[in-house]
Design a binder for this molecule. Structure first.
Ligand SMILES: [Ca+2]
Ligand SMILES: [Ca+2]
Length: 112
């Protein structure tokens, strides 16, 4: 299978698996589901540094853009996007340069 053919279903399947895990809405990650997902699916230190399950309040705040207390698929995609950018920057040797006016709030955070 082509690589993107694997990545896209993976992203969708991970969301569905955890969103449908506990009680509550099946199409949203609540705090517990989000925590479990982050703990189990994010292992590399640099990505953990970005969205950390240990501080779930902060992670939720970071991801829950419409402030309904849960993470929907759109917000989850944004999270993936942020992590991908983090990894990209690290790979390109641009990690660690912070505080230049822009933080996480660039193109990935824009609404349609
Ligand atoms: Ca749920
Ligand atoms: Ca939300």
């Amino acid at each position: 299978m082509a690589r993107l053919d694997q990545v896209i279903p993976n992203i969708v399947d991970i969301f569905i698996q955890y969103a449908d895990d506990g009680e509550g809405k099946k199409c949203q990650l609540n705090k517990e589901e989000l925590q479990k997902m982050l703990e189990e699916q994010i292992q590399s230190p640099e990505l953990k540094d970005k969205v950390n399950a240990a501080d779930i309040e902060e992670a939720m705040q970071l991801l829950d853009k419409n402030h309904d207390g849960e993470v929907n698929f759109r917000e989850f995609c944004r999270c993936i996007c942020v992590l991908a950018k983090c990894y990209y920057q690290k790979k390109r040797g641009k990690g660690g340069k912070r505080g230049k006016g822009k933080d996480d709030k660039d193109d990935c955070d824009q609404e349609d």
